[in-house]
Design a protein around this ligand. Sequence first.
Ligand SMILES: [Zn+2]
Length: 312
Amino acid sequence: MAEINAPDAIGSRPRTTVVVLIMTGFLLSVVSILLLIRSHVSPSPRPPDLRDCTRIEFVYQQSVMEYFDTLAAHSGLLDSRERQFLQSLEQVTVHDSTIIRSLANNVRSGQYSRTGGGMTRKKHPVKVNCYSNDKRVASFTLYDSVFIVTDEGRRFDYDGFPEISSFAPQLNPFVVRMCCARMLIAIGQRLGVGSDHKMEYPRPDTWCDQFVGIPRVRSSRLRRSMMNQADGYRCIGAGEGRCHYAMNPNCRPDSPPDMVLVFEANAGWNQHGGPELFTFEHHNPRGGCILLNDGTVKFIRTEEELKQLRWK
Ligand SMILES: [Zn+2]
């Protein structure tokens, strides 16, 4: 048998060489084609590079009040001077190199979106102009702190664009107050405040337990701030703690509309009681937010104002 197989074994050597040559040729062709394709497909566009900027302007359509929509919508959250200030501020200009560097890093983290610049009419646009000395090096529009569209129509998405207070520290008190008011609004929505179907409020001694989770809210910006506080109800102006609010046990769905329902308190859980629990210390200037039984939110600044509220 060995003698019969010998000629086949010798003849298989050239055949193996041919197969190897064909395979190598095939692989080389595939690699060449891939390289050719790669050289013709342009890489995804990159977000604007702001690293050399010396000045960045954020220009609002009317005023910076567009950003503070919750403060604009509730008359009891700003006094007349504060309201006038926000309404008169049309743009925020950043010169600080540390803040510019941080903004540049954030802008560079954007993901290119093939969606383009369409479908943006419903958002709040803020024009952002970036200068290196006096030369404008980039310009884009920021929509609802979620994505930007460059002047060339390229869109980049962000997990979270920096809040206005990170590049305009003077506006931080308003950001804190707005977030606090939104938290109370979200709590009110959970309680069914303002709805036609009046359900009972939770038992005051377990109200937080019944509330843990992310409330259903329509606004994407509000939902994100809720997500950050998913396991509690915090005021961002307060320190440690899981919940910075207390419930008024005297308030029921059929109580007068101006009765205090939930208000700002020191850290705790399932807190309930009256004005003795209220705190002015989370905000600058001093004050705290309250939610009334009809869904109104207010910023209370003095002991006198606090006493004038309906607690029973
Ligand atoms: Zn607060």
